[in-house]
Design a protein around this ligand. Structure first.
Ligand SMILES: [Zn+2]
Length: 425
C-alpha cells in the first residue's frame, strides 16, 4: 500500500506486513461543538485504521485532545478547565454518533505536561531553544531544515500567530512554553516559572509518548501544514527524532450554494448534520471524495449521498448472486486510499447483486448496518407511527391507506401488543 505524503511530495510505500503502523492524528482544540469539516480527519483516521487492520497490519491510532489553548481561555474566562472538560465530552459524544469506534489513545495535553517539559529542556540543552522572560522559544535559525514539510523558506517565514515578544532573538521563533498571564486560569509550574505549553510541542510529545519514534503516519487537515505541523516536525527532528515518515493532509470542506456567506460552524455542527441526514449518509458523503481533495458540503451533495445509501440498502432486499472480484476494491484503497474508486467498485457489486463482497466493503467504512435487512428506513417508521396513531383514533380508512403505502415500499407492518414491527417482504 502507498499513500501520498506532503513531506516527500509523492506516494510513499508502507512497510511490509504486519507493520507495526503508528498513526498520529492532530485532534480538536476543545471549546465548542465540532462541525462537519472537523469530522473529516477523524473519519479518515478511523477508516484507514480499519482498512490496515483488515489487511493484517498491527495498527495503533492516537488522536490528541488540545485542552489548553488561547481559544479556550478566551471562550471561558475564569473557567477554562471546566469548558475544556465539557467540550472534550462533546467531542466524544459527537464523533460517537458516526459509529466508527474510538482511536486507541486520546491523550490530553494537560496530562502530558512532564513529557512536554522534558522535551523542551532537551531542546534548550542542545541549543535549539531558549528561555525569554518566562516564555521558551524554538530557535528557527539554528535548524537549517526548517520549512522541509510545508515548503516555506526559512528566510520568508513571518512572525507566527500573536507571538510578538521584544525578548525574542528572531521574529520567526515560536513559543514552546508560554508564561502565565493574569487572565489565564490554568497553569503549571516549570523550570521557567508558571505557565503552559505552546500548541505545537504538545503533538511532538504526545506522538512520541504513545507511538515511540519513529512512527509511520501523521494525519491532519491541510490548514495545519504551516505553521503547526512544520513546527511539530522541526521540534522533534531538532531533538534527534525521526518522527513521522508519511504526512497525510486531508482537503478542506467547502460550502456551496446559498449558505456560503455563513460560517460553517454556525450551520453545520456535526451532531445536527447526523441528526438531519443520518450517520450512514454522512459517511457515504465522505466516501465520495478523495481524502486529499476539497469536498463540497451542501443540501445537494448530502441528498445525493442519501440516495446512494438507499440504493445500497435496497440491494440487500433483493436477490443475492455469487461472485464479485475483491481485487479492484483492494487495489483502489491500496493506491493512496482512493475511496471514490472503491465506491465505484461497490456500486458494480450492488448492480450485479454480489452482496458478499459488498457487505465486507461496507463494513470497512462503518456501513455494515446497510446490509442488515431488518432496519427499516426512517420515513417508513414514520408512516407506521402515523398508522398506529390513526388506528388508536379509530380512523381505519387512514390506517388502511398508510398500510397500503408501506406495502408499496416493500415492507409489511405487523401489529403486536402496544407496538408495531416493520418486516421486509
Ligand atoms: Zn498537532
Amino acid at each position: 500500500m502507498r499513500l501520498y505524503s506532503t513531506l516527500q511530495r509523492t506516494k510513499v510505500d508502507l512497510p511490509e506486513l504486519p507493520g507495526p503502523i503508528g498513526i498520529y492524528t492532530c485532534g480538536p482544540t476543545v471549546y465548542q461543538r465540532i462541525h462537519i469539516g472537523n469530522a473529516r480527519p477523524f473519519v479518515l483516521s478511523m477508516w484507514l485504521r480499519a482498512w490496515l487492520r483488515h489487511q493484517g497490519y498491527d495498527v495503533t491510532l492516537v488522536e490528541n485532545i488540545t485542552d489548553i489553548n488561547d481559544k479556550i481561555y478566551l471562550a471561558a474566562p475564569g473557567a477554562s478547565a471546566e469548558l475544556a472538560a465539557t467540550a472534550t465530552e462533546w467531542h466524544r459524544e459527537d464523533t460517537d454518533l458516526l459509529g466508527l469506534g474510538r482511536p486507541d489513545f486520546e491523550p490530553k495535553a494537560t496530562e502530558t505536561i512532564p513529557e512536554i517539559v522534558a522535551l523542551i529542556e532537551e531542546l534548550i540543552g542542545d541549543g535549539y531553544a531558549y528561555a525569554a522572560g518566562g516564555d521558551v522559544y524554538f530557535r528557527v535559525g539554528a535548524y537549517p531544515e526548517y520549512g522541509a514539510l510545508s515548503g516555506q523558506r526559512p528566510d520568508q517565514v513571518q512572525e507566527q500567530e500573536d507571538e510578538a515578544n521584544p525578548l525574542k532573538e528572531d521574529p520567526r521563533d515560536f513559543a514552546l512554553w508560554k508564561a502565565n498571564k493574569p487572565a489565564e486560569d490554568t497553569w503549571w509550574d516549570s523550570p521557567w516559572g508558571r505557565g503552559r505549553p505552546g500548541w505545537h510541542i504538545e503533538c511532538s510529545a504526545m506522538a512520541e509518548k504513545f507511538l515511540g519514534d519513529p512512527f509511520e503516519i501523521h494525519i491532519a487537515g491541510l490548514d495545519l501544514v504551516f505553521p503547526h505541523n512544520e513546527n511539530e516536525f522541526a521540534q522533534s527532528r531538532a531533538a534527534g527524532r525521526e518522527f513521522a515518515h508519511i504526512w497525510m493532509h486531508n482537503g478542506m470542506l467547502e460550502l456551496t450554494g446559498e449558505k456560503m456567506s455563513k460560517s460553517i460552524g454556525n450551520i453545520a455542527a456535526l451532531r445536527d448534520v447526523v441528526e438531519r441526514w443520518g450517520r450512514e449518509t454522512v459517511l457515504l458523503y465522505f466516501l465520495t471524495a478523495h481524502w486529499r481533495k476539497p469536498i463540497d458540503f451542501s443540501d445537494e451533495t448530502m441528498a445525493q449521498a442519501a440516495a446512494q445509501v438507499e440504493t445500497f440498502r435496497n440491494a440487500f432486499r433483493g436477490e443475492e448472486r455469487a461472485g464479485g472480484d475483491w481485487a479492484p476494491f483492494a487495489a483502489a484503497l491500496d493506491d493512496d486510499f482512493d475511496t471514490p474508486a472503491a465506491l465505484a467498485v461497490m456500486h458494480e457489486w450492488r448492480r450485479a447483486g454480489q452482496l458478499l463482497p459488498l457487505r465486507d466493503a461496507l463494513t470497512v467504512f462503518g456501513l455494515g448496518s446497510l446490509a442488515e435487512e431488518a432496519v427499516p428506513p426512517p420515513e417508513l417508521v414514520e408512516l407506521a407511527r402515523r398508522r398506529q396513531a390513526a388506528r388508536e383514533a379509530g380512523d381505519f380508512a387512514e390506517s388502511d391507506r398508510l398500510r397500503a403505502e408501506i406495502d408499496a415500499a416493500g415492507w409489511e407492518v405487523r401489529d403486536e401488543p402496544g407496538v408495531f414491527r416493520l418486516v421486509p417482504k
